[in-house]
Design a protein around this ligand. Structure first.
Ligand code: HEC
Length: 162
């Protein structure tokens, strides 16, 4: 019973965090360069090919994330460690080579690769925390990982910040 309550609390927490993210007032329109300077969404977009390729990877992330959250909330360190280590070890999409004809890699903007690296680093940190860190740090480390998911989705799923 206690477990169930914990899981429900975590789900409610995550959903309210997502709702807050959505509830942000729409940003006034600004010139593209200004937004880029701010480190905000650039008006880049992903091709249909890139999105299809990413979708499968993301469906897996979605499933892993649910298990990961349950693991963190219930302090099941071994579960957290193995899931986050797998996430960190997942093959990354490589940056395009200068004269590359690879359509997928070239279709992705630089920020995508930055966030992809950040995801790997934060997944590694979470695995490390699960091994040696304090319980409190487990929650913080998981939150940082989640921020990277949200940053990338804010850029590519919702580029206008609506
Ligand atoms: C580097 C960028 C990036 C990062 C980091 C990222 N995502 Fe995504 N994610 C995307 C993009 C782009 C899509 C949209 C793909 C599409 O067009 O369907 C997406 C879509 C999704 C979807 C929807 C898939 C579907 O069924 O259509 C889920 C679930 C998801 N991501 C989970 C996650 C989770 C969980 C994390 C963090 C562990 C994460 N993502 C991190 C870029 C990212």
């Amino acid at each position: 019973m206690r477990r169930l309550v914990l899981v429900v609390a975590a789900v409610v927490f995550t959903q309210s965090a997502l709702a807050q993210e959505k509830a942000k007032p729409a940003e006034p329109k600004r010139p593209a360069e200004k937004r880029a300077e701010d480190g905000l969404t650039k008006p880049d977009y992903l091709s249909e090919l890139a999105r299809q390729m990413l979708r499968r990877r993301m469906e897996r992330h979605g499933r892993d994330m649910t298990m990961l959250m349950t693991g963190v909330v219930l302090l099941k360190r071994e579960v957290v460690q193995s899931l986050s280590a797998n996430l960190a070890a997942e093959p990354r999409i490589t940056r395009p080579l200068p004269d590359s004809r690879d359509e997928l890699n070239s279709a992705l903007p630089e920020r995508f690769f930055v966030l992809q690296d950040e995801l790997r680093d934060r997944a590694r940190q979470l695995a490390e925390t699960a091994k040696t860190g304090k319980d409190k740090e487990l929650g913080e480390s998981f939150a940082r990982l989640t921020q990277t998911c949200v940053s990338c989705h804010a850029t590519y799923l919702n580029p206008k910040g609506e």
